[in-house]
Design a protein around this ligand. Structure first.
Ligand code: R5P
Length: 334
């Protein structure tokens, strides 16, 4: 079979894309999920945000109109797929489709918070792998590459057949934590699956040890601690996680650590989703302070709950600049 015929019959998300190096100018567009972060990223790149009309038809369908020429340009679309997750995801897909049909030279989806990443495997029969479905959808829409931050499971990168630049918030979070707590630290993974993340974080702090909370999730918003492994008595504990959703994991972890003699409990989590009664849960838990990034827009109530947001605009702007100039992203984390 000739090469062209085989390529032509491949499903859209498997079709080879244009080489990454291109000469076009850089343009940045924002979806509506986290406009404030997108504006900060664009400002650091010394770029205006591209003009795009984002609306909904009366029946709820998304409507997108790109208002400027993007032919041959290196386009970056900033959109967290945070709540409302499906609305924001669909808007991102439609923006990418519009840009592809407008002949953009390359389209990079910049997804500070990648929703659905927690559904990355089947935990029981007849479940979907929704993270893989989302990867397929982004490629089918026309994304040439993805820049994202602290995926729930790094293996989700492998769900894509396009390049994924996976940024880390741990240097920023560790620096912010260091301003308020630095002595006798024990870095705590709130579950067995997060040990590698906690270990990596502990390497960024001087003289810290490691502990693990073993938990069981009885229901989506109900967590029970089974045991804590590691020395926490008399130490300042720092729970490290990828995200805070209902706050159940963190609240239960903080209670378990305080019961076992921790002097204080802090938390560093990349994505502050704070769904449902998360903030009330955290207030009641005895947690001293939580650091999250601005990958998801801040909820004004969170300020009353000792939540500190750490900015990622400089991180994303630098990643966009490097991708545009074909420079190393790995070098940013050495
Ligand atoms: C779980 O594997 C994740 O890493 C988080 O610990 C979890 O998703 C946090 O969710 P919640 O705040 O609802 O307990």
């Amino acid at each position: 079979m000739p090469e062209s015929a085989r390529v032509g019959s491949a499903p859209p998300h498997r079709r080879p894309r244009k080489a990454t190096t291109l000469d076009g100018e850089l343009k940045v567009f924002a979806g509506s999920s986290n406009r404030a972060l997108a504006e900060r990223i664009a400002a650091r790149l010394d770029q205006p945000l591209g003009s795009v009309r984002l609306e909904q038809f009366p029946d709820g369908e998304a409507r997108v109109q790109i208002n400027e020429n993007v032919r041959g340009t290196d386009v970056f679309v900033i959109q967290s797929t945070s709540a409302p997750v499906d609305v924001n995801l669909m808007q991102l897909l439609i923006m990418i489709d519009a840009l592809r049909r407008a002949s953009a030279g390359r389209i990079t989806a910049v997804i500070p918070y990648f929703g659905y990443a927690r559904q990355e495997k089947k935990s029981s029969g007849r479940e979907p792998i929704t993270a893989k479905l989302v990867a397929n959808l982004l490629e089918a829409a026309g994304a040439s590459r993805v820049i994202t931050l602290d995926l729930h499971a790094p293996a989700v990168q492998g769900f894509f057949d396009i390049p994924v630049d996976h940024l880390q918030a741990s240097p920023l979070l560790a620096e912010s934590l260091g301003r308020v707590a630095s002595d006798d630290l024990v870095v705590v993974s709130p579950d067995a699956g997060g040990v590698a993340r906690a270990y990596d974080f502990s390497q960024r702090l001087e003289n810290s040890s490691l502990a693990v909370v073993f938990k069981d999730r009885m229901a989506p918003d109900e967590i029970q601690t089974l045991s804590v492994v590691g020395e926490v008595d008399g130490r300042t504990a720092v729970i490290v996680d990828d995200l805070i959703s209902t706050g159940g994991t963190l609240a239960e972890g903080a209670r378990a650590l305080l019961e076992r003699g921790a002097k204080a409990v802090f938390a560093c989590a990349t994505h502050g989703i704070f769904s449902g009664h998360a903030l009330e849960n955290l207030k009641r838990s005895g947690l001293s302070q939580a650091f999250v990034t601005d990958s998801v827009p801040v909820n004004s109530d969170s300020k009353a709950c000792t939540i500190t947001q750490v900015g990622t605009a400089t991180l994303f702007a630098e990643a966009v600049r490097r991708v545009h100039n074909d420079e190393s992203i790995t070098a940013m984390f050495k």
